[in-house]
Design a protein around this ligand. Sequence first.
Ligand SMILES: NC(=O)c1ccc[n+]([C@@H]2O[C@H](COP(=O)([O-])OP(=O)(O)OC[C@H]3O[C@@H](n4cnc5c(N)ncnc54)[C@H](O)[C@@H]3O)[C@@H](O)[C@H]2O)c1
Length: 286
Amino acid sequence: MRTLEDVETVGIVGAGTMGNGIAQVAATAGYDVVMRDIETEFVERGFDSIDSSLSRFVEKEKLSEAEADAARDRITGTTEFDDLAEADLVVEAAVENMSVKKDIFGDLDDLLAEDVVLATNTSTLSITSIAAATERPEHVVGLHFMNPVPVMKGVEVVRGELTNEAVVDLAHGFAESLEKETWESDDKPGFVTNRILMPWLNEGIRAYDEGVASKEDIDKGMTLGTNVPMGPLTLADHIGLDVCLHASETLYDELGDRYKPAYLLKRKVEAGELGKKSGSGFYDYE
Ligand SMILES: NC(=O)c1ccc[n+]([C@@H]2O[C@H](COP(=O)([O-])OP(=O)(O)OC[C@H]3O[C@@H](n4cnc5c(N)ncnc54)[C@H](O)[C@@H]3O)[C@@H](O)[C@H]2O)c1
């Protein structure tokens, strides 16, 4: 198996919110990066996000201009799947859909040398199921970065049923080389973070819907009362209500009633009120 010392080029599948963030932190850490999406427009949008994020790091004097330029130069964007062939490690960050991920992992398995580790950034889907699309399930691991990747320190390493110990070690080592801190989860629905976060968000939404308190007081109660940086309604808006609903539905399917999404979460998504990104969710963002 390729070890961390062998990793020079990192392949990223998907140039969206997470993919471009992972590409940025990998390039900043000195890796060469190949970032692949299906349309040129999506690759370009990924680079726009990277450029503005690197500029903020320069403004805050966390990176010099030369370091930011060097990081940017280490990233190659592409729509050609075969360009991922030079990767020593791949992190998949495409859409949260099992059949899409299985197709991608089947193709990666065909393309890449058999000693290359394939990681997925899935938030809620089973690593073991994704790995089953390959002939190297022992080389498939969950590497669950948090959003926004350049800012959030934590990475959850998820061990599939068949994941090798050395692959789990590589996942921790790679994340640490990006100056992240890791923890580990078994391949159970939602892993540690979303298993606990999603019912917390849904309970906040239900409490609001049932008139327990105003949305401001629910958020204030949770921030001042439990010392979290954002209350549930603000955090749900930041994550995106559609993303919250999708994750909640996956957990509900796998774990049953205690994970049932709140009615109001469904209604908001149906109304197109998706949170910060659409201009309104529980709060208005103008
Ligand atoms: N956004 C979050 O807060 C967050 C946090 C942690 C993990 N995740 C997980 O990360 C993954 C990506 O989420 P995101 O928020 O970046 O989504 P996104 O929609 O912003 O980006 C996904 C990208 O994948 C691309 N894509 C689709 N099929 C592809 C393919 N076959 N090959 C290459 N690219 C393809 C899409 O065009 C899109 O640009 C998901 O599995 C999600 O669950 C998301």
